[in-house]
Design a protein around this ligand. Sequence first.
Ligand code: PBG
Length: 323
Amino acid sequence: MSFPARRLRRLRTSEKMRELVRQSRLSASDLICPVFVREDIKVEADAESMSGTKILPLEGLCDEIETISGLGIPAIMLFGIPSKKDDTGTSAYGNGIVQQAISQIKSNFGDKMVIMADVCLCQYTTSGHCGIARGKKIDNDESLKILAKIATSHADAGVDTVSPSAMMDGQVAAIRDALDEGGHTDISIMSHSAKHRSNFYAPFRDAAECAPQFGDRKTYQVPYTNAREAMLEAEADVNEGVDIVMIKPALAYLDLIAEARRRFDVPVAAYSVSGEYALVKAAAKLGYVDEQAMTEEILASIKRAGADMIVTYFAKSAAGFIQ
Ligand code: PBG
């Protein structure tokens, strides 16, 4: 027998052969497109730290949703930038910028677009923290009450899925209870289950103006050194009735995406965050990498690791070329 018996190159001989043996596939229908809406502007702006990402006013918002929908992307994730912040984040609930955006999109698109909305406090609090600050501490259980109010206000406006990202213990249970009590039993929850204390969020914090004004997020976000702790976070959410778990960020956390896929039978989402996007954008701008090729490879890797869906700032551009 000649050596080697198994030549893996046999199945790589042509494009068609490679297509035939392909083991994972990405399509536009796997993508969730983040959408930023800002209260105090009348014309759209480019997010400086995340070039190519728009910050939109309410006016004309539906044109952008039409574009996203036309690309075959089934879902959006709304983030609001309010004109006022206060201690308890009151502009996050009631008829705020996100609630207005939700009802506008819902009345124009109905079931043709899955509307997801971020449920958090950091854009809305003067502290810039994801929960209510008491002195220098973030009060978990007080924060739960507000997060539940925000989720209910989104549901009242017509959201399909609420996506808590505050990393407060018990946030899924608190939100599920409030939604059910409000008659919103069909509104799903996609929790940022294992959201890590990451440096990859920096461009988003610039764009959404939500950087913490004192301290950091280490008392609530998961340390990026702790894989088992990340799984406990996801397990807690599953036990609290979450519909979709999420691992965030994505590219430096592929091991956790794969592990969550193995452990849980709910869909697993991955959030490829602003820093992942900005690194590719910056390197491409300098001519060091090919943006399209890098995007394809990164998203394919996240899918291969086990993500059922990916929140990515590349959603619109990628929808045009992925296969
Ligand atoms: C706030 C929030 C952040 C992101 C999503 N929601 C920032 C943070 O936790 O500091 C980051 C997303 C990104 O970087 O793309 N709760």
